[in-house]
Design a protein around this ligand. Sequence first.
Ligand SMILES: Nc1ncnc2c1ncn2[C@@H]1O[C@H](COP(=O)(O)OP(=O)(O)OP(=O)(O)O)[C@@H](O)[C@H]1O
Ligand SMILES: [Mg+2]
Length: 363
Amino acid sequence: MELTNFRSYESTCVDLEPGFNLIVGRNGQGKTSLLEAVYCLSALGSHRAPTSASMIRHGEERAVVRARGVSAGRNLVVEAEIVRGGGIKVWSNKQRVGKGARDRTLTAILFSPEDLELVKGGPEERRRFLDQAAVRARPVTAVDRQEFEKGLRQRNGVLKAAKSNPRALKQLDVWTEQVAASGAAVVTNRLQALAQLLPAVRRRYRQLAAAEPPELVYQASWTDGPVESSLRGITMALMESMVATQSRDLEATSTLTGPHRDDLLIELGGSGARLYASQGEQRSLALSLRLAERDVAAEVHGEEPILLLDDVFSELDQHRRGRLGELVSTSGQTIATATSAESLPLKAGRQLLVERGRLSEVE
Ligand SMILES: Nc1ncnc2c1ncn2[C@@H]1O[C@H](COP(=O)(O)OP(=O)(O)OP(=O)(O)O)[C@@H](O)[C@H]1O
Ligand SMILES: [Mg+2]
């Protein structure tokens, strides 16, 4: 893999091996940046920066990441170009990869310390997790999401306009119907993604923690009862809920119930993990969610995605570290970072030391 003007890397070439690769280095030396470089080839963007431009080395105009590998028995060359003011472009064997065709590029799943928010943070993180899983399994679901967001914006616009001009209310029913229909598609996609992920999350947690696995339950903001399973049933329930809260919606000038207010409840030992699980348990849960995401992606693509583990070992106890080590040693390509190799449960196939944006091999 080659990096040019990527964060603190000026020009670097690195060989990674198909098994377990370990990047060690002190704080601020460029460990996360290296994982970010692999990740952006897969996700067409950074996991930690809202705009691609922050990945360009200070004072430069353009960054390039190039990776060579083998995918499904074919040689694959994936290249990302990030231009200041121009966003990120990715090519796979010279063919441009669009947002909707990410299955043509390499697939990487990243676990970073920020992922603790999946468990500890607000519902938005978990909704995004489900939506991303849905898009990975079926890229067309991105369209449902866009339709829903468009409808929601329009409906909220009408609610706002109606404050000063009651005639605007005539438009409300049309958008309520649109939001119910597109929202039902979004919910259905999430439920399908959850059904795929759930067994994998439970299996991964059991392996990692050697403890009772979590329960994951979709929590709808638009019904008190169990969530309907048919598209029609969900559409009806969303309609009913929006009609029932219409006066409150008008007061708040926004749509108060719907998929944009839903959550994914994660329960460990019968209580909500967000409030009751310990730090290490939350970390293990978040890691299980990502590992499950990788399992599902492997099923979908017929190939193990690259696993990127940013500083994961330091937070886990010795047992969990050991089990993660076993897990990693039996699956495809992994790139992990650590500040020191000492407490690591397994020997890396390739170990690299990073110092101020320079990589060197450690024997
Ligand atoms: N666009 C950029 N241009 C130049 N340097 C940058 C850029 N973005 C970040 N850096 C610097 O790159 C360095 C490495 O950052 P990185 O997050 O990769 O470190 P790290 O090895 O993961 O550290 P830690 O162990 O603290 O997580 C930091 O000192 C950061 O200030
Ligand atoms: Mg880091």
